[in-house]
Each structure stands twice: as structure tokens, then as C-alpha cells.
Design a protein around this ligand. Sequence first.
Ligand SMILES: *Cc1c(COP(=O)(O)O)cnc(C)c1O
Length: 355
Amino acid sequence: MSEVSTIRITKNTQSRLHETELKNIPFGKIFTDHMLVADYADGAWQDVEILPYQPFSFDPSLAAIHYGQCIFEGIKAYHNVHDEVVIFRPYDNYARFNQSAARMQMPEVPEEIFIDGMKELINLDKAWIPTYENHSLYIRPFMFATDTFIGVRPSATYKFVIILAPTGPYYSKPTRIKVEEKYTRAAPGGVGGAKNAGNYGLSLKPTEDAKLAGYDQVLWTDAFEHKWLQEVGTMNVFFVLKDKVLTPSLEEGTILDGVTRKSAIVVLREMGLNVEERRISIDELVDEYKKGNFLESFGTGTAATISPIKELAYKDEHLVFDVDNNSQVSQELGKRLSDIRSGVVEDTHGWIEKI
Ligand SMILES: *Cc1c(COP(=O)(O)O)cnc(C)c1O
């Protein structure tokens, strides 16, 4: 489907790296010297280019900004302890990107552009990868509709882009979570399982309402009864009970198939824990909490990896967790994942892609 064999590279003659402090660099604001851009037209990817990071100019009728044909990914690369540059599970993100594309009626992006292009771009900007502990390079591939037409139909043209942002340690302070009973993020048959931009747009108002009520995030529930649990904010969610770990299953297509989620399931099982992927109601968790069986809860995602939860609030119930003294499972999980990424332990799962 694509004739792409070589990527045209135009180098930046004035690197901004020397004027950038990489230590503790905040997430998502500073980007490296280059970006990758590919254009889709006439039913094929035409042109793949790495060029200096720069703004796009666009026509006001650009389809993506009217009707939301727009998807993205989030991946991390690391400078490991063996002085190598590695990417964590990029093929999983690649597969997921094309699943999102299919759901949004967008063209598939070939591996030579997504994976090979990403590696080439990272290699060119590898001096930007922080070498400090717990730092990384955040990789943001995205695709949007570029037809200049405000009629509703799938665009015939698209741009696929990769930008890179060096990132400092993500300290996720233990969060207080409100179980959402009014708003809905995703329903069966919808787009909850796709990483499309609109899923984030719709989450802002409910999250802001939760903040006004004194919480940090919402725990999304099903559209019909508002009791079957889905995700926490923009992360997958895990509940640690005395004899098992629960996480919502993917079957309904209402939650994202997180790469951190599936890595966590594997590692938790290696830790000897019994992990169940299934439907989980808030009532079940309240019951287990009252019996003293519900010990820990945390969110998972590429940005924060593991984000501890210190409170789940549902109606008059407040499930409170002693994160400082009682988070053995999430801490051990976080350490094991970190050791795999940083090369402290051998990668026995084929999750690490060297550049
Ligand atoms: C990206 C994302 C996640 C986390 O997925 P990872 O692959 O682990 O980064 C979870 N939920 C939603 C809604 C997301 O968009």
C-alpha cells in the first residue's frame, strides 16, 4: 500500500537543545528539533519527511477541527542503564493506532512510517533524551483529516505526524477520585476503545466538576446504571483485594486497551497474584472495603505509569486507602516495570525495542 522506502530528512541548522534544561523538564511543553510528517492523498501515503519542528498553517475549513477525525498515541523512549536508547512496546501502540484509525474511518499507517519513521526521528534527536533517573522521551504520533471541506464525510487526505517531548519524572500524588454518576465517557458501540481526540474533549467538563467538588479525577461508570466501572480519568484502573486483583475487562469496547494495563496484568501474575479481568461494580468494591478486603487501588498509563489512589467516593461512601503505609502491590509493580524499562533486569517479554 505504500511506496515509501526512504524518508527525506531536512536537518535543523539551529538546535534549541543547548538552551533547554532537561533535568526535571515538565511534561508536554518542550519539543525536540525535528518532527516527522507524512501526507495521505489519492488513496496512498505520498511523502514522508523529517523536518525541523515547526507550525502548520491550515485552511479554516480543515475537516479535523470541525468533525473530529483525529487520533493519537503516547509512547515512551528511555536512555537505559546500558547507555542504549529503547522504546517500550511500540508495536502495541502501532497496532492500537491502526485500530483507532479503522474505527474513525481513517487510513492505516504502514509500519515503515510509524515504527521505522519513529526510530529514525528518535535517532536524529537522541541527544534530547534525558539521561537522568525516571526521565524519558515522550513520543506523540497523531493523525488528522486535512480535507478543506465542511461537509460531513470521511476526509480523502490526512496528515500523520510524530513529535517528541523530553519529560521529567512524573510524580503522581495520590489522587482522590469521584465515582461518576451523571456523565458518561463511553457506551458499547461507541468510541471509548479508540484513542481519538474527542474522548479527551468530553472528559474535561466532568473532571472540572469533580475538581470543584474537591476531587482530582473521576472514575467513569457505564452509561446505563452508572455502577459498572470503566477507567479513572484517562488511565486504566486496578483494584487490589486480599486474594485477587481486579481490573475492568475490554469486552464491551468502552475502555482503552492500555499498554501499561496489559503489562501490569503480566507482571502482577508474575508476582504470584490472581488477576481477574471482568465486570466490576462499585457495589462489589464497597462491600469488599467494608469487610476489610479492599487494600489498594491505582491507575495505569504511559504518562504516569502507576498512579496511586487514596480515596474513592461514591454517594455517601468514602473508601480511603493508606497510600503511604499500604501500597505494597502498586509499589512492587511500579518497580518491576521501571527495572524492565531501564534495563536493570533483563526484558524477558520482548517489550523493549532498541534503536
Ligand atoms: C492512553 C490511554 C490510556 C492508557 O494507555 P497506555 O497505553 O497504558 O498509555 C488509558 N485510558 C485512556 C482513555 C487513554 O487514552
